[in-house]
Design a protein around this ligand. Structure first.
Ligand SMILES: [Zn+2]
Length: 471
């Protein structure tokens, strides 16, 4: 389906006059557009004006339109020629969105929110942020971190001072004393008594989305811990909503997912991973359309390292991780994870979680892309696992773009390539609807209308070359 009718001659003349007058207007033409919502549309033109997409439509083909284009180009040929990208044989997708990360540098590597806290490491954080951009991820939501780590980076990203995907963050998460994620949480045991702590969290940390946890553990190889009472969850959820803030909740079972949904949660931070979901839960998720983060990678990455450490030699990992860290992962960390029951529990449960995600997607539920990890390659791995679950690659792209923008409550600004939206997208050399691995065939990444120069990214694997040589 075409989004808009073909450009009229008047439209294109006006467009190119405006193009000539503005240094920050440019376009990609003759590209196959995979806009995040619709089926692929061949031979399209996308015009970027400043930080936004100003026009999306079929490319010009008629000779008279060509001549007008050339006439307009003479208005300022040098500038326009530099700003025209030939997308022939290439694919444009929205920038990928990861709705569940814990940015590195705030805690133990590996994303374990229960690990002991180390001092914040800003350089590690910047390298991880660079790895997202390098892998085509233009937006992330940090679902719990040390406030003094993530919040200054969020401020710098918004000020345009660092090379980073858009950062949304909860800062500290909120939970019940002793419950899941307690170490980096604001601990609330009584709503009225502890309300001042919530007010302070809202005022000082300005969470974009509040992350809560509703998890007593007591499954897999983990002992039981205290659980937040659901009436407290409901009161906190309502309080943040009344401050204009969406919420997401860590849950891992069907029971706690239901409780979170009926306590008013806007999203869930995980799929059900403790066991197969019931048919009624699948129907409920299709009816309610509560977005949930897929987070298959976090559980799968342990046995992947234990059994197939060679993935660390893939180009995205080589660029994103220091050589010494990859060596350590292949040796010391691998041996540790091979010895842990958790690794093998999650290996058993990952196919079950995958099937839960697939069923809810098939029933019309809103799956969003989240990793619970902290690197661009991990987000790309999540795409692979979603495809491996039996979800069509085109739908996987929608999950990692438009659906993830729905999760964030930002679908009016992000998540698809459409007129008026922020210009976040990725040009690919291969068709990602044929094979989701082609989502890694990245030529360039654009955020806020700006093409990212990967030579400038402070990647842990070292400086990289530009991947796009045309246009
Ligand atoms: Zn998490």
């Amino acid at each position: 389906m075409r989004l808009v009718s073909a450009f009229s001659t008047g439209m294109i003349a006006a467009l190119l006059a405006a193009t000539a007058a503005r240094a920050d207007t440019w376009f990609v033409e003759h590209v196959t557009l995979i806009d995040g919502i619709h089926a692929p549309q061949p031979d399209m033109t996308v015009v970027i004006d400043g930080e936004r997409i100003s026009t999306v439509g079929p490319s010009l083909t008629a000779p008279d339109l060509k001549s007008r284009l050339n006439g307009a180009r003479r208005f300022d040929a040098r500038r326009i020629d530099a700003r025209r990208i030939d997308g022939t044989g290439k694919y444009l997708i929205p920038g990928l969105i990861d709705v569940h990360i814990h940015l590195r540098g705030g805690f133990e590597v590996g994303g374990n929110v229960d690990a002991e806290l180390a001092p914040p490491n800003r350089e590690e954080g910047l390298a991880a942020l660079a790895s997202f951009l390098y892998a085509g991820v233009t937006t992330v939501f940090d679902a719990g971190n040390r406030a003094e780590h993530i919040l200054p980076l969020r401020a710098q990203e918004r000020a345009g001072e660092i090379l980073s995907p858009r950062i949304f963050a909860t800062g500290n998460l909120v939970t019940y004393p002793g419950s899941h994620g307690d170490k980096m949480a604001v601990r609330i045991s009584d709503f009225e008594k502890d309300k001042a702590l919530l007010d302070r969290h809202i005022a000082e940390q300005q969470p974009d989305i509040l992350k809560l946890t509703l998890e007593e553990e007591g499954w897999g190889s983990r002992p039981m811990i205290p659980l937040m009472p659901t009436d407290l969850l409901q009161k906190i959820t309502r309080y943040y909503n009344q401050h204009g803030i969406r919420t997401t909740v860590h849950v891992s079972s069907e029971l706690r997912s239901l409780e979170a949904i009926y306590a008013g949660s806007d999203t869930l931070a995980h799929p059900v991973i403790q066991g197969p979901v019931s048919d009624s839960f699948v129907k409920l998720m299709g009816a309610k359309k509560i977005p949930f983060a897929s987070t298959l990678t976090i559980g799968e990455n342990y046995s992947r390292l234990a059994e197939h450490p060679d993935y660390l030699d893939q180009p995205l990992y080589v660029a994103s991780l220091a050589a010494a860290e990859r060596d350590q992962l292949k040796t010391k960390t691998r041996a540790e994870w091979q010895a842990r029951p958790w690794t093998w529990w999650m290996k058993i449960m990952t196919p079950i979680a995958k099937e839960n995600v697939r069923k809810i997607h098939a029933a019309g539920g809103i799956v969003a892309c989240g990793t619970d990890q902290s690197s661009g390659p991990a987000t790309q791995r999540e795409l692979e696992l979603l495809a491996d679950a039996g979800i069509a690659p085109l739908d996987v792209i929608r999950i990692a773009t438009y659906n993830s923008a729905l999760f964030l409550g930002k679908a009016d600004q992000l998540g698809s390539i459409d007129i008026g939206k922020l210009a976040d997208f990725v040009l690919l050399s291969k068709d990602p609807t044929l094979d989701i691995n082609n989502a890694k065939s990245i030529l360039f990444v654009v955020k806020n209308g700006q093409m990212i120069d990967e030579r400038q990214l402070p990647l842990a694997g070292g400086r990289q070359k530009r991947r796009f040589t045309g246009g």
